[in-house]
Ligand binder design. Structure first.
Ligand SMILES: Cc1cc2nc3c(=O)[nH]c(=O)nc-3n(C[C@H](O)[C@H](O)[C@H](O)COP(=O)(O)OP(=O)(O)OC[C@H]3O[C@@H](n4cnc5c(N)ncnc54)[C@H](O)[C@@H]3O)c2cc1C
Length: 342
């Protein structure tokens, strides 16, 4: 059913824009509503598309490697469609020999291997890295620049006929379908109680305009450092339960220390800190698909991998509305999975 369906998308973040474009490409008449000038979480993000190191380094994510890879594999097509630039230089875990041994074991458990980087090569690829640190390279993890990517998605969506309205959606109604891609914002929870079950996780990130760390994303113990435009982004805190975007130096201190251990040169460098709020579900995977409210589809709870997951979420939402096969991951992300009795 529903070729040509009228769809309102609430939220113009990575998820809302990606799925709006996919819906327009599938023949739907799409309007994206968002009162904000810029989607906080999607804009401040580091932009890593990191199936491997997320599975290894994010506690509890090892079982989701297949899903992360499936999402990552959809990126080349979305990049070609929108002009988003994907950097495929790769990512390196960097740290003490003892910490790298744990990373190596994590990779082995997943049936993966990293390439050992000799120190002279590491000095070229990661200038400024702490003496004594070793590195393990993974080519499967990619990266994009969030702000240019948001602009490219918006341009492509506009060209595909998507309309934009600078307003907040207050309740379902007024279209065949409402897709809720409102990130961590609980504003629609009154009308859609499932949104109340999302937990916010504040994330603070530091940007150094005058520092470089080479072409790779560096994944260290307690911090990552990724090329960001002409500079460097260092992130990120995970502060569950907090939904504000104020910069809090006390919460930043451990991140700063971990980053300084990795790249001692940051000690005296000027930086700007910012914060965004991710939303998570109990199992760390988003709720994507039909909600209990007729005509309302959820695309929320992408936690720390919203950019990575965006094209997969777009595919599932589009399948819901057009009646196509949503693919094998739809069941895993089904919004009703927590309420189902085993
Ligand atoms: C510091 C940090 C670093 C991160 N790094 C990465 C990374 O490297 N890789 C990665 O994949 N992910 C990363 N993430 C996570 C990623 O940013 C999020 O998962 C993703 O941005 C979520 O996108 P979204 O579209 O769901 O939400 P958002 O980007 O939060 O957008 C939601 C939008 O909905 C709008 N909205 C809210 N309520 C309404 C309403 N009622 N009506 C209309 N509009 C509404 C808001 O104004 C907002 O613009 C990071 C996050 C943070 C905070």
């Amino acid at each position: 059913m529903s070729r040509g369906a009228e769809v309102i998308v609430a939220g113009a973040g990575a998820l809302g824009l990606s799925l709006a474009l996919a819906l327009a490409d599938a023949g739907c008449r799409v309007t994206v509503c968002d009162p904000a000038d810029e989607p906080q979480a999607s804009a401040v993000a580091a932009g890593m598309l990191a199936p491997v190191f997320e599975a290894v380094l994010d506690p509890g994510s090892a079982g989701d490697l297949d899903l992360w890879l499936a999402a990552r594999n959809l990126w080349p097509a979305l990049a070609a469609r929108t002009g988003i630039e994907i950097d495929r230089s790769g990512a390196a875990a960097v740290g003490s020999p003892a910490w790298l041994a744990t990373v190596r074991s994590g990779l082995t458990l997943l049936g993966l291997r990293g390439a050992e980087l000799p120190r002279n090569l590491l000095d070229d690829l990661a200038p400024g890295l702490a003496p004594g640190f070793q590195g393990l390279l993974v080519r499967e993890d990619w990266r994009l620049q969030p702000r240019p990517a948001l602009a490219a998605l918006r341009r492509a969506a506009t060209a595909a006929g998507v309309g934009f309205r600078a307003e907040r959606v207050k309740a379902p109604g007024g279209s065949d379908f409402l897709v809720v891609a409102t990130g961590a914002d609980p504003g629609l929870a009154g009308a859609l109680p499932l949104l109340g079950a999302l937990t916010p996780i504040k994330g603070q990130i530091l940007r150094f305009a005058d520092l470089r760390c080479g072409p790779l994303s560096l994944r260290g113990e307690g911090a990552y450092a990724v090329p960001a435009g002409e500079g460097l982004a260092v992130g990120a805190t995970m502060e569950p339960g907090l939904a504000d975007t104020t910069v809090d130096p006390s919460a930043l201190a451990p991140l700063w220390k971990a980053a300084e251990r990795m790249l001692p040169g940051i000690a005296n460098a000027a930086f700007v800190a910012s914060a965004g709020v991710r939303a998570t579900t109990a199992d760390g995977l988003p709720r994507v698909g039909f909600s209990a409210t007729p005509g309302v589809i959820l695309a929320v709870g992408a936690r720390r991998n919203g950019w990575l997951l965006a094209p997969l979420v777009a595919r599932i939402v589009t399948a819901c509305i057009t009646g196509r096969d949503p693919g094998s991951y739809a069941q895993r992300l089904d919004p009703a999975r927590f309420e189902r009795t085993p």
